[in-house]
Design a protein around this ligand. Sequence first.
Ligand SMILES: Nc1nc2c(c(=O)[nH]1)N[C@H]1C(S)=C(S)[C@@H](COP(=O)(O)O)O[C@H]1N2
Ligand SMILES: [Mo]
Length: 223
Amino acid sequence: MHEKAERLKKAPVRKVETSPEVAHRVPPGQTITERFPILHEGEVPSYDMSTWTLRVFGEVEEERVFTYDELIALPQTKQMNDIHCVTRWTKLDTEWEGIRIADLLPLLGVKPEAKHVMIYGDHDYETNMPIEDFLRDNVMLAHSFDGKPLTGKHGWPLRLLVPHLYFWKSAKWIRGIELMKEDRPGFWERNGFHNYADPFEEQRFSGEDLGLPEDEWFHKEFD
Ligand SMILES: Nc1nc2c(c(=O)[nH]1)N[C@H]1C(S)=C(S)[C@@H](COP(=O)(O)O)O[C@H]1N2
Ligand SMILES: [Mo]
């Protein structure tokens, strides 16, 4: 098992009071933060936007390679939602703008055989989910946070946003979307983390029962 999953299981939980008005929005075992912690593997990538592309392929009628300008020309949506990281922080009322997956995918013609998706982000990041989750109303390719373009550390130029699953499913620096007949585990899903990852069900880990994750995010870089 990946050492991150092992470490999280053994660590203590930081207890912070949650006010009663928002308690129903905070999944079990989570702590609210005003910060925006930064978590990823590897270096923040840099891009030449004249050559940057997003490839959508697999079980679609017509595969497409989108430039950034083509995506920005599509209908844009603003939304507010909460986000929940498996390292136990929850951030309420985060504001995003981008292109809804439900507006994008129909342009290619999704084949009925498409049941799952694999998301590809730099560098070699992969994460998977069922297609009905991917097509939910508030799942988007986000380019802005809090009214401003995403910072490099948070996924500029484009990241996935999947509010109803733990935040590792929200791949930063997204470059590809594969529609698949069969499910396949992504990076963290192969390394001790849950395949589906519903925060309200506390689906943190695969295999054994839940341990007590640490509050390691508290010491991470944030903005
Ligand atoms: N490409 C890529 N996307 C990624 C990751 C990564 O390592 N690479 N880490 C994931 C994890 S584990 C989390 S918790 C969130 C963190 O996003 P943030 O840094 O904007 O808070 O990004 C997710 N997306
Ligand atoms: Mo994470």
